[in-house]
Design a binder for this molecule. Structure first.
Ligand code: SF4
Length: 714
């Protein structure tokens, strides 16, 4: 397909889950400038430093432009035949479940839809998961337990309408900068608005904080259980809301009170000043319009789901939900983590926000995809989640892996084991844009994929807003769109009729129709939150012109839905939200005399993931030019390391070498390293080498923020 000829066009930023609208200027076949889209409801013209440098990260240098099979350049027919024949051979010998896919929140929803349909619907394997597992799986599991559906109740305007915004485990100023800017402006306009930052590190987000609580890492659930107990003791519950709209309050309160629930005990356990903690409790309890915004600091934990529910419990107990300026709001890391969830791109999902155990789900999807005549039909239960998936490869159970738009050799925990698993996997297919990622060393077949600004499709941001990414330039060389590549393979596998899409608008239409497709097992009036059937039937012109819109989008809500649960009716069997009893658990990775320091990992302001794109812009490298180890001054003395001198971190899983930054913003007893650097830049400083494979038992999300390490000078 040829690229449209135009000089200014709207698209969406490919970085974080804020999902800002971008207006690109195209001159001489290149994007020469970008600015914020003034009409886009995520950003109204704003961009952060990463977004504003998008045009500086493009160009053909370093792009993959030809397919490779076994190390040799080939044409597309040879590559696609090789994919189809090798998948078939492994499937024939080892069965459907020997096949797996590992996807990415960087993919567009249409790519995700085709991958999910191909692997689960036609290849009959449930083993399709995504790097979004590392980002928001605990938030998904928490919402499902509380609301009966993975449904983010809030919208960005709630952040501006709140009287109190609580940031938990979120350095919004660096990781979701445009939302931070929106809160900052709202705070200027409303002097009564307060912001509380709850984070072990003093971050740039504290600049707007009225109160900072530098809690002990991992003590979040204890803090929010304490809040629930405090609200009950002080008569600050919304009893009418609890009675009419919830269940499980007594059990949740009993669990919260199981450990000593007096303020001093909670403060001591969280390593906080009791007076400061009570100030937060008082502010939370006395405001109706409270948004608690949480991110990876909550999710990336072996008890991440419980932490999410401890937060949601407090909102339900106070009736702070389904109102303007109120609700528990999970912010995703990636641009399309939400879109992946919509199509079923998690291993525990089937399709269209349905789990395998959703009544009638398998029948509904089988009828819609017309797979009843296939042998075998749809898988009957969940597949391996990300970390488990690579263990299954290590055990030889999964023999073929297709990775798209992600680099698990760097980003997964216990990276040495992941690399060993990839090395022994008989078939590794990698769809990728660039030539020098660490993963390509393990690939048997490499497929060059189109990238941002070259492909058409949709993404969904953290407030459920579906936005168009637009193809403004032709892909370089022989690079192709991911959905096209998968459809070509599907045709070679004999499924051509089901994958005969000529344009992503046709995929989007099918996705929208499935979201509203009849489920005969569902009781009449059942609450189905993910329904975008109001967007079915868009032709190419309408699809291309699609303006940002928040799901659900139905005949009753044709303009979308800004806020969920305004009527107090939830997606559980009886319509009541659930408070979940939470017993706080500490990190799985225990500190010891040999590894006495708590390791925290995260992003830095100007980089994105493994830097394949952002490292191309010199100005983005100015902020932090190299990896580092952030250390509290007391620990620097205790462990004999000095500012700007090299040091070694070692964990059960591996080692990390970088220069020390001594910083008072760091808690004593804790060190922080950035997650971005890979072997492309240095073989010494991959954070994934330090993280062990402990995961949350409910969500499967790795505990990336609670390592146990030793620190020594080099
Ligand atoms: Fe892009 Fe996120 Fe920055 Fe917006 S805030 S411009 S989506 S990186």
């Amino acid at each position: 397909d040829s690229a449209p000829i135009c000089d200014r066009a709207k698209t969406t930023c490919p970085y974080c889950g804020v999902g800002c609208g971008v207006t690109a200027t195209i001159e001489g076949g290149a994007i020469t400038a970008v600015e914020g889209d003034r009409q886009h409801p995520a950003n109204y013209g704003r961009l952060c430093v990463k977004g504003s440098a998008l045009h500086e990260t493009l160009g053909q240098q370093g792009r993959l432009t030809r397919p490779w099979v076994d190390g040799a350049e080939v044409d597309w027919d040879v590559a696609l035949d090789a994919v189809a024949s090798r998948l078939t051979a492994i499937r024939t010998e080892h069965g459907n479940q020997a096949l797996a896919a590992y996807l990415s929140g960087q993919l567009l929803t249409e790519d995700y839809y085709v991958a999910n349909k191909l692997f689960k619907g036609f290849l009959g394997t449930p083993h399709l998961d995504t790097n979004s597992r590392l980002c928001m799986a605990s938030a998904v599991a928490g919402y499902k337990r509380a609301f009966g559906a993975d449904a983010v109740p809030c919208c960005y305007e709630d952040l501006e309408e709140a009287e109190l915004v609580v940031l938990v485990g979120s350095n919004l100023a660096w990781n979701h900068p445009v939302l931070y800017q929106r809160i900052k402006v709202a705070k200027t306009r409303n002097p009564l608005m307060r912001v509380v930052v709850i984070d072990p590190r003093v971050t740039d987000s504290c600049e707007i904080a009225d109160l900072y609580l530098g809690l002990k890492p991992g003590s979040d659930a204890r803090l929010f259980n304490g809040l629930l107990s405090w609200m009950a003791a002080k008569g600050k519950l919304d009893k009418l809301y609890l009675t009419r709209h919830t269940q499980g309050f007594d059990e949740a309160l009993a669990a919260a009170r199981e450990e000593a629930s007096d303020l001093e005990s909670v403060a001591a356990d969280c390593d906080l000043d009791a007076e400061a903690l009570e100030t937060f409790y008082y502010w939370f309890a006395s405001q109706l319009h409270v948004v608690t915004l949480y991110s990876q600091g909550v999710n990336q934990s072996s008890s991440g789901t419980d932490k999410c529910n401890a937060i949601i419990n407090c909102h339900l107990a106070g009736g702070k939900l389904g109102l303007p300026g109120a609700g528990p709001f999970s912010i995703t890391g990636q641009p399309n983590a939400m879109g992946g969830r919509e199509v079923g791109g998690l291993a525990n999902q089937l399709a269209a926000h349905m789990d395998y155990h959703t009544p009638g789900a398998i029948d509904r999807v089988t009828r819609f995809w017309r797979t009843a005549s296939l042998t075998p039909t749809l898988p009957e239960g969940p597949g391996h989640k990300a970390v488990e998936l690579f263990s299954a490869i290590e055990r030889g159970e999964v023999q073929a892996l297709w990775v798209m738009a992600t680099n698990p050799a760097v980003s997964l925990p216990d990276a040495a084991r992941v690399r060993a698993a990839l090395a022994k996997c008989p078939l590794v297919i990698v769809s990728e844009c660039v030539t020098d990622t660490d993963l390509l060393a393990y690939a048997n077949i490499v497929l060059p994929a189109s990238s941002w600004s070259e492909k058409d499709g949709t993404v969904t941001n953290s407030e459920r807003c579906i936005s168009r990414q637009r193809g403004l330039l032709p892909p370089p060389g022989d690079a192709r769109h991911d959905w096209w590549i998968m459809c070509e393979v599907a045709k070679r596998l004999g499924y051509g009729e089901a994958f005969a899409y000529a344009h992503p608008s046709e995929i989007f239409d099918e996705h929208a129709r499935l979201s509203g497709f009849e489920n005969t097992a569902e009781p009449a009036g059942a609450r189905r939150l993910f329904d975008i059937s109001g967007l079915a039937g868009l032709d190419r012109v309408a699809y291309d012109a699609l303006a940002p819109i928040q799901w659900p989008v139905t005949a009753q809500a044709p303009r979308g839905t800004a806020r969920l649960f305004e009527d107090g009716h939830f997606a559980t069997d009886n319509g009541l939200a659930r408070l979940v009893p939470i017993t706080p658990r500490g990190p799985e990775q225990r500190l010891s005399a040999a590894r006495p320091l708590r390791l925290n990992t995260g992003r830095i302001r100007d980089q994105w993931h493994t830097m394949t794109r952002t490292a191309r812009a010199p100005r983005l490298m100015n902020h932090r030019a190299e990896p580092f180890i952030e250390v509290h001054p007391d620990d620097a003395v205790a462990y004999g390391v000095a500012d700007q001198r090299l040091a070694l971190l070692s964990s059960e899983a591996g080692e990390y070498r970088a220069r020390v930054r001594v910083a008072k913003s760091q808690r004593a007893g804790e060190v922080f390293v950035p997650m971005h650097w890979s072997d492309r830049f240095t073989k010494q400083a991959r954070s994934g080498a330090l993280i062990t494979g402990h995961t949350d038992p409910l969500s499967g999300q790795p505990e990336s923020k609670h390592g146990a390490v030793a620190l020594a000078p080099l």
